[in-house]
Ligand binder design. Sequence first.
Ligand SMILES: [Zn+2]
Length: 188
Amino acid sequence: MKAKSGDFVLPGDVLGVTEEFVPSEWTYEEDGEIKSLVVGKVSIDEKNKKISIIPKTGTPAPVEVGKTIVGQITEVRGQRASVKIEKIKGIDRELTTSFVGGIHISQAQKGYLSKLTEAFRIGDIVEAKVTKVIGLDNVDLTTANEELGVLKAMCTKCRHYMVKTDKEVVCLNCGRKERRKLAAQYKG
Ligand SMILES: [Zn+2]
């Protein structure tokens, strides 16, 4: 498929190939193809060979490299924690599409971490920075900086949110203590 200017597209629709066009606003590249990140209309700049999308709903909040996002941990498996991205920090506009990010164990904190479950658990709310946008469900994130990490830790035993003590978090409901890679602004 090759899109034309004015075509209406959905997230994930193929717009063209990277040999022909340069992916621009609201698009991403996957396996040599350029795809749309949002619902909107195709805009092709023939002169500069740029392909972009004009989003349908005003300007959605941009998930892009360097932005800080807030999301919830949905899975911690092996070397990677999955994050459902809920919002961009500092921008109240909604995300038009749902993005799923991942934090690799090497990006969780500065220094060595033996197990990713010592940094994150399912249900935790995290603040993380976008390092790469590969696709809708493939956004690379980091929490290595001091200020980034878990904003709210969910107790693995009773699912209550926990409070911060010196270097741990503790559940006031069941008394369980756990470890996390905490954000500087831990909200508990
Ligand atoms: Zn608990």
